[in-house]
Design a binder for this molecule. Structure first.
Ligand code: GAL
Length: 814
């Protein structure tokens, strides 16, 4: 039933007369402070003062990452350490561990805002969705609060500091110390900052909790809890479907200890799932007497989750296994500054791969990412910490654990628990507290906090010390025992733990560089090469980890394994294993996709089993091996088909069938004895009867001739934030991609857009992301074009010496 005007003409005339004058009730105003920021690195004790002169400081917009502009420098955060969780005993020099980018030091941000309708009956909150790190917040010259963990969401009630209707001056000090991270943490106000203005009679921040305790085909019970202080309040909740139709509403005056609770029935509920991410909207209205005092809009999903020894993990009553990836929070070339279009692009790429779940390794996800996962259909494992009380890095979270762990979890859960995508919490990753009885108590304490704040979802920890947690009882405490790697211990852990199921909370850690292949082709651990790249035959892993196929076997053969989260969906800044000690490696090799978001071969291996809707037929390596003529150059095919025939220059190299001979034979088609000769490599997929059903070719390319551009989107929003990701490739005279090209390219953006960054996915590149020039890596790179606030055409022009230029048009719309 939509809102209707159903009054008689007389009544209407009367009402319009009455309504013409009074102001609508003020409910709340959220001012997101994106523009007008001044930023400076360094120590500025006087910057807290209202009168401080910041005119010479840099103008920035927030979200902002001060360190991503580089330059990369080997000396930054050089750590002489033994990484014990990687099995090391001797300290060695680790360069690039945190990305070799200048994140260390103090940084200051200042901004001004006014609250035009401020009066004594208003409450003002200052909300930070993440500030890296150790934020200290000053308003109008006074300190209003501080936090420690750079990944937490937090807010302060600043009503007492507001300067009436006049200008308010906000100053934020951030401090990053060295040896505080195992990866690139970013630096600065990298997530949104907002001012929330509301009435005294209003909903308490993050107090609303919507759950769906019982669901049948006919109806779902929606339970709504929320809190508001003051007396004589009434809560009216309206629930809308995805088309904006009101499906039901409820009114309650029962208000005890500031709490409201409603049970609302939704008939014939549409359930939320990755395949059908249906979202309802609840509008909660708070009345004082008959005056509307506050209103919040909260999306939610109707879905049930269950974890049991009999059926493993089930969503809406159907058992399924997580086809998940772990993601770090950085977004490659734009660093950690959160950006919705960059997150959406990642999810689109993962969706096409058939991935249905994300783990936020190893900290709180951005709210933008959760919104997108709700909308696009991804289940979410929301993690909190990489360290508890025992350090992994000298200046890590261990410094704050005692004082902040509970507060950080409370904020994580309260801020995000209405997201249907979240199906599990994680209280930690490979914490050294896995050793010893204190750790068992800590695990229980943290899990109990999660349960207190959200009784509907289980808690896991990514455990790597499997023997220790079996002995100590640590593993038995967890709702969901999660194993990081250690495939050889799955069976034993399953037998030992009481839960009756096991999660691959972190799997694979296979390493590869996009488009780089090494010979001979062999399975190897911690393999290194003089060019600091890893082979894209996907047979190289870390001493503590394994190959994708090892996980596939467990996922396929053990009903009690409830899924996996691959390390990682995308490459990230820092942790350049197996080149932690090799400069200039400065970003990871673990990604299924590279740092630019371009798929590596492994993408197709996962796609061939995870994407059950579309066919996958992918050949590797590329076929440009000048100098390898006559040498053995194995060919792999990652495919959803069971068998295929390979042809080189028209000559059959035989049929391969997936078999259980080895783990690799089970999931990959491999022709190990192919002798290289230039030309055309063609694979023909066969159905069960041996009939050809699909084919793919790879051809030897000639010299780079022309640049080809392809944007991930045709239109972007003219909001000054939206991004288009343009993949630039070089092709020869016949349009064949040149897979080894390394040309230096230049970028120019014309019209209503700007050049934001570029990235080629090479983990050893020291070219800054934000300058409009970069070398191709394995024939490709990606350019990020950003909208301005004016709608219109944007043209990206890419040039390179002796190459035909490439152009692409993107429309920016309001
Ligand atoms: C795991 C750890 C991850 C990452 C990964 C690399 O042990 O949880 O954060 O370091 O190893 O393989």
């Amino acid at each position: 039933m939509k809102l209707k005007s159903c009054l008689t003409t007389v009544l209407l005339a009367f009402i319009s007369l009455q309504c013409a004058t009074p102001e609508p009730d003020f409910t709340r105003e959220v001012i997101t402070l994106k523009k007008g920021w001044k930023f400076n690195k360094g120590q500025h004790p006087n910057a807290t003062k209202i009168a401080f002169d910041d005119s010479k400081w840099e103008d920035v917009t927030v979200p902002h990452d001060w360190a991503i502009y580089g330059p990369f420098d080997k000396e930054i955060d050089k750590q002489i350490v033994a990484i014990t969780q990687n099995g090391e005993n001797i300290a060695t020099e680790k360069t690039g561990r945190t990305g070799a980018l200048p994140y260390i030091g103090e940084g200051w941000y200042r901004n001004e805002f006014t609250i035009e309708n401020f009066d004594d009956n208003k409450k003002v909150l200052l909300l930070f969705e993440g500030a890296m790190s150790e934020p200290e917040v000053f308003l109008n010259g006074e300190k209003v609060g501080e936090w420690k963990y750079g990944y937490s969401y937090f807010y302060f009630d600043v009503s007492a500091y507001i300067n009436g209707k006049a200008k308010n001056t906000l100053a934020v000090k951030l401090t990053n110390v060295g040896k505080s991270s195992r990866w690139y943490p970013g630096a600065g106000l990298y997530r949104n900052v907002s001012v929330i203005v509301k009435n005294k009679e209003s909903f308490e921040q993050w107090s609303t909790f919507i759950t769906t305790p019982s669901i049948t085909l006919d109806k779902a019970e929606v339970n709504i809890k929320t809190k508001a202080s003051e007396k004589n309040l009434k809560l009216v909740t309206e629930i809308y479907d995805v088309d904006g139709n009101k499906v039901t509403s409820n009114e309650t005056k029962a208000h005890t200890n500031n709490a409201f609770e409603q049970h609302i029935e939704v008939s014939k509920p549409q359930l939320w799932s990755p395949e059908s991410p249906y979202l309802y909207t609840a509008i909660l209205k708070l009345y004082h007497g008959n005056v509307l005092k506050d209103e919040i809009t909260q999306r939610f999903g109707i879905r049930s989750i269950d974890y049991s020894p009999d059926t493993g993990f089930s969503l809406n009553g159907k058992t399924r296994k997580f086809k998940g990836v772990c993601l770090h929070h950085d977004l490659g070339p734009i660093g950690t500054a959160v950006n919705t279009s960059a997150l959406r692009r990642q999810l689109k790429i993962l969706k096409d791969m058939g991935c249905d779940a994300i783990r936020s390794a190893h900290n709180m996800p951005s709210l933008e990412q959760l919104e997108l996962c709700d909308e696009m259909g991804f289940m979410f494992l929301a993690e909190s910490f990489d360290e508890w009380k025992k350090p992994k890095v000298e200046n890590g979270y261990n410094r704050f654990f005692d004082a902040y762990a509970e507060k950080d979890i409370v904020n994580l859960v309260r801020a995000t628990r209405n997201h249907p995508s979240i199906v599990m919490w994680s209280s930690g990753n490979e914490v050294p507290d896995q050793w010893g009885s204190e750790g068992v108590k800590r695990a229980k304490w943290l899990q109990d906090i999660f349960h207190r704040e959200d009784p509907t979802r289980p808690v896991t920890v990514g455990m790597d010390q499997v023997k220790a947690v079996m002995e100590s009882g640590f593993g038995a405490v967890m709702d969901v025992p999660g194993l990081n790697y250690r495939v050889h211990l799955y069976e034993e852990a399953y037998q030992h733990f009481p839960q009756g199921f096991l999660l691959g909370s972190e799997t694979a850690s296979t390493v590869s560089s996009r488009g780089i292949y090494k010979f001979p082709v062999e399975i190897a651990s911690m393999k290194t090469y003089p060019d600091f790249q890893s082979s894209s035959y996907d047979l190289e892993y870390c001493s503590w980890s394994n190959l994708p196929d090892d996980d596939f076997v467990l996922q396929d053969d053990k009903p009690w394994v409830i899924g996996e989260f691959v390390w990682t969906g995308f490459d990230y800044l820092g942790e350049p294993t197996p080149y932690d000690e090799a400069w200039p490696s400065r970003s990871s090799y673990f990604g299924i996709n590279d740092l630019a978001g371009l798929p590596k071969d492994r993408y197709y291996l996962y796609r061939s089993r995870w994407n059950t809707e579309d066919e996958t037929l992918h050949i590797l390596p590329h076929w440009n091996w000048e100098g390898r003529e006559g040498e053995t150059t194995p060919v792999f095919v990652y495919t959803s088909y069971n068998s295929a025939e390979l042809f080189l220059n028209g000559k059959s190299l035989g049929i391969q069938k997936k078999s259980k001979k080895t783990k690799q034979n089970r999931y990959r088609l491999m022709w190990m004895d192919v002798e290289y000769e230039p030309g055309t490599l063609k694979v023909v997929a066969l159905d069960e009867k041996g009939n050809p059903v699909a084919e793919k070719e790879v051809k030897t390319a000639g010299k780079p001739y022309k640049l080809v551009l392809e944007s991930d989107v045709k239109t972007i929003k003219a909001n000054g934030e939206d991004l288009a990701f343009v993949t630039v490739s070089v092709v020869d005279k016949n349009g064949i991609p040149c897979p080894t090209a390394t040309n230096q390219l230049n970028f120019k953006v014309e019209g209503n857009g700007t050049f934001r960054a570029a990235c080629n996915g090479d983990a050893t590149s020291l070219e800054p992301f934000h300058l409009p020039t970069m070398q191709l890596f394995s024939g490709k790179l990606v350019v990020l074009v950003q909208s301005t606030e004016e709608a219109g055409d944007i043209t990206l022009i890419v040039t390179g010496d002796h190459l035909e230029k490439g152009e692409v048009l993107i429309k920016s719309i309001l």
